[in-house]
Design a protein around this ligand. Sequence first.
Ligand code: HEM
Length: 401
Amino acid sequence: MKIDLFDPQSFAHGHPLAQYDWLRANDPVHFQAEPNGPGYWAVTRFQDVWDVDRNFQAFSSEPTIMIQDPLAEVGGGFGPYKMMLMMDPPQHTAFRRLIRQEFTVPTAADKKSRMQQLAQQIVDAVIEKGECDFVAQVAGEMPSYVIAELMGMPLDDGRELYHLTEAIHAAPGTVPGLSGGEAVMKMFEYGRKLIEEKRARPKDDLATKLLQAEVDGKKLDDIEFLLFFLLLIDAGGDTTRNLLSGGMIALLENPEQHRWLMADLPGRLASAREEMLRWTTPVIYMRRTAKHDVDLAGQKVKAGDKVVMYFGSANRDPAKFAHADRLDLSRTPNEHIAFGTGPHGCLGQHIARIEIDAMLMEVLTRMQDFRLKAPPHWLPSNFISGPQTMPVTFAPGKRAS
Ligand code: HEM
C-alpha cells in the first residue's frame, strides 16, 4: 500500500479511505515524510486523535495548525500576530471569549427562520432552470450569506469572499485566477474597508462587536481584527459547503438511505445530518506541535515534532463506530469528530447545524429527481475535503412548509 497523506493528489477523489484503513490497522502513528520539511506524525485512530486534540498541555496549536510552518502558509506569518486557531490557552481562551456568545446554541437557534428564508431564496434562484452547479450555486451560497449576515456585510460581498477561501485551501495552481497569498491579501483589503465602515457606522453585528472588544483591557488592533475576520470567513465557508455537496453525493450513492430519510424528513434530519458529518468530514486535519517528549500509542514523539490528526480516518475507525464503512443515517449515538474537540472544538458548529438543516430540508423537498449530470470534480487539497464542482439536474418540487 502506497501511503502519502501529504500529497494533495491523494485527496483528489475524496478521503483516501484505503490508506486510512491500512494505517489504523498497521501504523496508527505513522511518520509521514514532507517535501521541504522535517515530516510529521500522522495520527489516524479515533481515540488517539481525540486524546491529542484535548491535550493542549502536550500538543500545542502554535506556531500553526497547518502542516507547513509559518510564512509558507496563511495566517501564521504575521510576526507576533496569530489567529485564535493557532493560539494555546490562556491566550486562546481570552480571544475565544470575545466571540463565543455569538455562537451558543440559543443564538444559533434564533437564526433558524432567517436561515430557512435564505435557503428558500437560494433554491428559488435555480429551481426553474432544472440544472446547476450544486457546489457554487446552492451549497456555497448559504455559508457565504450566513457569514456576511453575522459580520454585517452585504450578501454579495460574502459570496465574493467565500470564493477567495477556495483559492486559499487548494493546492497551488489548481484554482484558476488567484494564488493563496493573493487571495489572503484581497480578503485583508476587504477587511480594512469593513473596519472603516464599522468604525464610522457601528451596528449590532459581530464586526462592530469585535472592534469594540477588549483583551486584557486593550482593544483589538487592525491586524488582530483582520485575523479574526479571515478565520471566520475561512472556517465557516467551504466546510459547510462541502458537507452539503458531499452529503448529497452520499445520498445518491446510497438510494436506500435516501428513501429512508425521505420517509420522515423532519423527524430523521438530525441523525442524517450527523452521519453526513461523520461520512464527509470536510476538515481533513489539524496539526499540533509536541511541547515535550511524549509517548503516543507506543510511538516516541519528541519535543518540537509535528503531530497531525486525521479526522476523516478517526471517523471511520471500526473501534469507535459499528459498521464504520456503512452510511447509516439512523446512527445514534454518533460521536463523530468532524468538528474536532477540546479547546479549539468548532465554535461555529451550532450555526453550521442550523444552516445544514435549512438547506437539506429545502433541497430534498424541492429539488426532485436530483441527479449528477457529470462526475463531481474534487478539490485537490490535503486540508479541506469536498467537491469543487458538481453539475446536477433536477425537477421542481413542492416547498417544505
Ligand atoms: C460543516 C461545517 C463545519 C465543520 C466540519 C467545521 C470543522 C471545524 C474543525 C475540525 C475545527 C477545528 C477543531 C479542533 O481543532 O479541534 C473548527 C474550528 C473552528 N470553526 Fe468550524 N467547522 C464548520 C463550520 C463552521 C462555521 C459555520 C463557523 C462559523 C460561522 C466555524 C467557525 C470555526 C471557528 C471560529 C473555529 C476555531 C475555533 C478555535 O480555535 O477556538 N466553523 N471547525
